[in-house]
Design a protein around this ligand. Structure first.
Ligand code: ADP
Ligand code: MG
Length: 714
């Protein structure tokens, strides 16, 4: 029913060239070359779309649809709209104007239309025989003499075509260079005809019946060739039941894949660490505060993980300032007291140094030295550091990604702590885990994140790990009060800064990225510093940006922490983790350009001390609707979970998590933001499959996840 329709798809000139390609069945034939007109070159291009064998074409689903089922009389063409026209060829003529072009005049009983081609062959030109019929599809545009179509898709016939309109909506596929839209359509149609029958349903029949799901084949053929009465609006938005049917399957496949990773990991060995740490016992009373009950709970969860002889992987999520660092320290001390090493890796040198300072202050009290490893170190210091890491003298190592580079050998690595994971690629995290394997066991892993993941998302993206939430702030923290102001009120803000500084408190002024360029950012920050220093002559103004050397940055931050600067002008380098309790005012310029999660992170730099903290979000009018909503939400809420949820709705999960973080391959049909409501069904479907139909799991995963290697390594 489906495939034959495609014979009527009007062919473009380029399609003809493509389909004339020879070379099917060349030596070592590529599986795709079994399709008509596919040679090695086209096969290679298709591979770029992730299509390796004909069956992949079936799962290469349309992005949207065109309605070519109705014929529009030429006289009724409206500029700006797409239409199918059937007309007689009147005249084909080459014009030598600014650009050589082929103009073809066609007409029906209602009017005259001009087709314009800038690229054409002699053969193509000759095919426009006066009196022959043309069926063409394109966008109508106003032209100098008549309405025009530029490079329409077309087909020529000697006789008036009998059924010129398409019987089904025309799919528009994700395109790649060198593969025309008609080519993909034709190949998909051919595959539907030849191979659809061989597609078995990945979901067992009893499950499909229970959940009232149509079979995969039906959904696939419907989506490639929706009938002319299909709900185009629903299809275009991706919410048609047939699309949701496949999205459910795809999401389930991802969930199952992550589950398999967990199982694989849990099949490996890890050091079973002691549940009692005397160092941690000694440290607690020296901290100067007692843990919140949320922190206590999470420490217990971590300790329980570490005591098992299989590698744990736990994500500790907690809002900015919830006190994740001390929880990580508790984990590290359990590893150390059991005779293992712990390593903490931070995404920037600045953050790593801050952790070093925190850990040094704490661990000094109990006689444990911190080893340091970062990119920018003198050769001698580096050598010494590497030696003590390899020899095992270094029990606690803090650093940047330099920790997992080649040449770093740990003696007995028992626990890897990764701060603010979203700044790291999955590969980097894996490399560090690999460091422990030399000693025969995989280290435990602890990931700390201040970007909370809404539960629904975590379930899919993090099915391979366990999650702990520090859902309580240390006592006495007052929520940051946030105000939103247009930049015209700068004067007022200056006075406020002045007042805050005179009271002995400190202020951050953040100039977020103007462009994706560190140079420009640094320049903007420098100018702002000069301006502020000039306008506030009795205030000491510091500057930190990404172009400064690590040492310089560190010096400025130390000086700010020590109170030598009242005001610190910074780029978003201070986004994560920087902790200066005496800072009580945060000013963020161009706030309308930043995402919710990032603004919340920045704002979290204040409110760490006893004083009531404030945040001023400065924007440049006019505000778009989304930006207005973002700023309003920040004014109303201090809850990282609420903000993350909204961020998800506004930007989708890719941005929220950073695609690098998840290691998840791009979804083909599902969209986590749009299809959120499917997630509870995904969870139960996945459970049922694992319990009752384990033999169905692998085929389902293989069908949807072509690059299993990504997962295999996570
Ligand atoms: P984050 O979760 O954002 O990484 P930090 O670990 O940097 O937060 O902690 C923020 C600040 O709160 C630090 O100065 C830390 O010493 C302090 N802190 C942590 N836990 C507590 C607590 N239970 N009571 C009081 N202060 C705490
Ligand atoms: Mg932190």
């Amino acid at each position: 029913m489906t495939g034959s329709r495609n014979d009527r798809v009007p062919r473009t000139g380029s399609l003809q060239a493509g389909s004339l390609q020879t070379g099917s069945g060349q030596l070592g034939a590529h599986p795709l070359t079994r399709l008509r007109g596919v040679g090695p070159q086209l096969a290679a291009r298709l591979e770029r779309l992730g299509i390796r064998e004909p069956r992949d074409l079936l799962f290469h689903l349309p992005l949207r649809y065109q309605d070519r089922t109705r014929i529009t009389p030429v006289g009724a063409l409206r500029p700006g709209s797409d239409a199918v026209v059937v007309a007689r060829v009147e005249l084909a003529d080459i014009r030598f104007g600014k650009r050589r072009s082929l103009l073809v005049q066609v007409s029906d009983d209602t009017g005259l239309l001009t087709l314009r081609f800038f690229h054409f062959s002699k053969q193509q030109q000759n095919a426009f025989v006066r009196g022959h019929w043309i069926t063409c599809y394109g966008e109508a545009r106003p032209g100098p003499a008549t309405i025009e179509m530029v490079h329409p898709e077309y087909r020529i016939s000697e006789q008036q075509p009998e059924m010129p309109g398409e019987a089904s909506l025309t799919p528009v596929y994700p395109a790649t260079e060198g593969v025309g839209p008609g080519t993909i359509r034709r190949l998909v149609s051919e595959t539907l005809e030849k191979d659809l029958e061989t597609v078995t349903d990945a979901l067992p029949e009893p499950l499909r019946r229970e959940l009232s799901l149509v079979d995969t084949r039906e959904a696939i053929s419907y989506l490639h060739h929706p009938p002319s009465d299909a709900n185009v609006a629903a299809l275009s938005e991706g919410i048609h039941p047939m699309q949701r049917r496949l999205a459910l399957e795809e999401l389930t496949a991802h969930h199952l894949a992550l589950h398999q990773i967990r199982q694989r990991r849990e099949g490996l060995g890890a050091p079973a660490l002691g549940t009692h740490s005397s160092s941690w016992e000694r440290l607690q009373p020296l901290l100067g505060f007692s843990l919140t009950s949320a922190q206590e709970r999470v420490v217990n969860e971590i300790v329980a993980d570490l005591s098992r002889s299989r590698p744990s992987l736990r994500l500790v999520q907690g809002d900015v300032g919830s006190g994740k660092t001390v929880v990580a320290a508790a984990g590290a001390l359990h590893a150390i007291d059991s005779g293992y090493q712990a390593a903490l890796m931070a995404p920037t040198e600045l953050l790593a140094e801050q952790h070093r300072n925190n850990f040094s202050t704490w661990f000094e009290k109990i006689g444990i030295r911190i080893e340091w490893l970062a990119g920018r170190m003198g050769a001698a210091a580096r050598r010494a550091s590497l030696e003590s890491i390899a020899g095992g003298e270094a029990a606690m190592v803090v650093g940047t990604h330099a920790l997992f580079q080649e040449g770093v050998e740990f003696h007995r690595l028992g626990l890897v702590i990764v701060d603010e994971l979203h700044r790291f690629g999955v590969g980097q995290r894996l490399a560090l885990r690999g460091k422990g394997e030399a000693s025969g066991a995989v280290p435990h892993q602890l990931i700390m994140s201040a970007t909370p993941i809404p539960r629904s998302l975590a379930m899919i993206f993090y099915a391979d790990l366990d999650i702990s939430s520090i859902d309580e702030l240390p006592p006495g923290r007052k929520p940051v009060t946030t105000v939103v102001m247009p930049d015209a009120r700068r004067e007022e803000i200056m006075q406020r800064i002045h007042g805050v500084c005179l009271q002995g408190q400190q202020v951050y002024w953040v100039c977020p990225l103007i462009e994706e360029s560190e140079n420009l950012q640094a320049q903007a920050a420098t100018e702002t510093r000069d301006l502020l220093a000039e306008q506030l002559p009795d205030i000491a103004v510091g500057l930190v940006h990404g172009r400064m050397k690590a040492r310089e940055k560190d010096q400025v931050m130390q000086a700010f922490r020590a109170g030598e600067y009242h005001l610190l002008v910074a780029t978003t380098v201070i986004e994560v983790g920087v902790d200066v309790p005496n800072a009580s005012l945060m000013v963020i310029e161009n706030a309308e350009r930043l995402g919710l999660a990032q603004l919340h992170q920045l704002r979290g730099r204040v409110g760490r001390g006893a004083e009531q903290a404030n945040c001023v979000l400065i924007y440049k009018p006019p505000l778009g609707r989304q930006a207005r909503e973002r700023l309003a939400l920040l004014r109303e809420s201090n809850d990282g979970f609420v903000i993350a949820q909204k961020d998800l709705e506004q930007r989708g999960p890719g941005d929220l998590l950073g695609t690098r973080q998840t290691g998840l391959q791009q979804m083909r049909i599902a969209d986590l933001a749009r299809d959120r409501d499917l997630l509870p069904r995904v969870e139960s479907l996945s459970r049922k499959l694992r319990q009752d139909f384990p033999e169905a799991v692998d085929p389902l995963v293989d069908r949807w996840i072509s690059e299993r290697e990504i997962y295999a390594n996570v």
